[in-house]
Design a protein around this ligand. Structure first.
Ligand code: PHE
Length: 455
């Protein structure tokens, strides 16, 4: 496809060739297990409607502005995350935030790969027909699988190996291509499953759980988790979108790209909820099941559909692809840093990132079985990585990015990047700056302080 030809201007950095390429890759990073696996289970454990309401508020008031800020900073500096801060604020310590992002990205890559490994096992089971068991055996089956020593571990390592193959091939070829085919197919499949779920006997109960907010049960943990989910789902706060922004072409409309990404991402999360919750209430599964929720509910849905194993295979294949477009983006943050800052070859940098992730991901995988009693503050390695990265590191990173873009960065740079050098008028520039200067910093700070009990 001619429009995806590699263009190498600006310090020979590869960059995405078209606007569609930019949107597809940003959405490719954002859409993944966060929407299909994490969103439903977080919604389930935090009481449903109120969580979703808060999540959407966070996406609009904090998520989209921080996403724009990352794009602006990335495209302005055209460098890896750490150099981006260094170039935009020479001689100051802002770049330290970049290391926070690197740490978060490796932690997320580690636990995320475990869940991506589960999707591969489920794909395998769908294809071989092993998933067609009695619905009440699904819970037990999943439990046996994750607590096994080798099986989940092997899938995790295979997933990381495949990830390595794609990232070694570079930004353009690897990422843009997968993302462009993936998103439309994913949407179509999700809509079919939605219709199927809406026809289930207790669909109304599931929908009311999702869309009737009951704020009497919200507390500081609901707020923190909804904010964490917004950051996780949009892939913001760790410099991932900043790194992608540095590959954007000068003609990409940053505001539109951010809005389209957020819209697609939220739509897919809501669709996933509309698929899962009617089924949860119809098949008597507990919405509070946690990380295992989706892997117990989806097979129950598929088994009861005509041609179930075909649907299941298609779905898990797509989920696998959606996961890999996300893990590519997490890996890219550190790869860009190692190749540009430490002068490593791309191949070596990829091996270092994936090698580190293999060790940590193994610990995460084993934490469902042999290491389940190794806990810190009551959390297993898997849960600890998820909690610390998503609920703490990403919001802290987002806080720093918002303050940087709102207060430290020259407002002319913000204007220049948002308007592509004055080529377009940007209507929402003032609200964007207002969110970055006041709403995002105050909101994030209050919630973080509240969750550690200071206010
Ligand atoms: N946003 C991705 C998802 O929803 C996960 C992700 C988080 C990707 C952080 C990159 C960085 O699955």
């Amino acid at each position: 496809m001619k429009q995806y030809k590699m263009t190498e201007k600006n310090n020979n950095r590869a960059h995405f060739a078209t606007r569609i390429g930019a949107v597809a890759t940003a959405a490719g990073s954002a859409v993944g297990l966060g929407n299909i696996w994490r969103f439903p289970y977080e919604t389930g454990t935090h009481g449903g409607g109120a969580f979703i309401f808060l999540y959407i508020m966070f996406i609009m008031l904090i998520g989209v502005p921080v996403l724009c800020a990352e794009f602006i900073m990335g495209r302005q500096a055209r460098a890896n995350e750490i150099d981006t801060f260094r170039k935009l604020a020479p001689g100051q310590k802002w770049y330290l935030a970049g290391y926070l992002g690197l740490a978060a990205s490796i932690m997320i890559l580690s636990f995320y790969s475990v869940v991506a490994g589960w999707t591969m096992e489920y794909f395998y089971m769908s294809v071989t027909g092993a998933l067609s068991v009695n619905a009440d055996r699904l819970h037990e089956m999943f439990g046996c699988f994750v607590s096994d020593f080798w099986r989940p571990l092997l899938w995790t390592l295979i997933f990381l190996g495949l990830n390595l193959l794609v990232i070694i091939r570079g930004v353009q070829k690897g990422i843009e291509r997968i993302s462009n085919i993936l998103m439309p197919m994913m949407l179509i499949l999700l809509i079919v499953f939605c219709i199927n779920s809406l026809l289930l006997p207790n669909a109304a109960e599931g929908l009311s759980f999702m869309f009737k907010p009951d704020f009497s049960k919200t507390d500081s943990s609901t707020l923190l988790s909804a904010m964490g989910q917004a950051f996780f789902s949009l892939s913001i706060g760790l410099g991932c979108m900043m790194t992608y922004g540095s590959y954007f072409s000068p003609t990409t409309r940053l505001g539109r790209c951010a809005a389209t990404t957020a819209l697609l991402d939220t739509a897919i999360a809501i669709l996933a909820g509309v698929i899962i919750f009617p089924a949860v209430f119809s098949y008597g599964i507990s919405p509070q099941a946690g990380p295992t929720l989706v892997f117990e509910t989806l097979p129950a849905i598929f088994i009861n559909m005509k041609g179930g194993y075909l649907w299941a295979s298609a779905f898990f294949a797509l989920l696998f692809l959606a996961s890999i477009t996300s893990t590519i983006s997490m890996s890219e943050i550190t790869i860009a840093y190692l190749t540009e800052k430490k002068n490593m070859s791309r191949k070596k940098a990829c091996c270092v990132v994936i090698g580190t992730a293999c060790v940590l991901a193994s610990l995460c995988s084993l934490s469902f079985g042999p290491l389940s009693s190794a806990t810190v503050c009551g959390l297993t390695v898997f849960n600890l990585f998820d909690y610390v990265a998503s609920n703490l590191l990403l919001p802290i990173g987002g806080l720093i990015i918002a303050i940087f873009a709102g207060w430290r960065l020259d407002r002319r740079i913000v204007e220049k990047q948002m308007s592509n050098d004055g080529l377009h008028s940007v209507k929402l520039l003032k609200p964007l700056r207002f969110c970055l200067r006041y709403i995002a910093p105050a909101g994030i700070l209050l919630i973080l302080l509240n969750s550690i009990g200071i206010i």
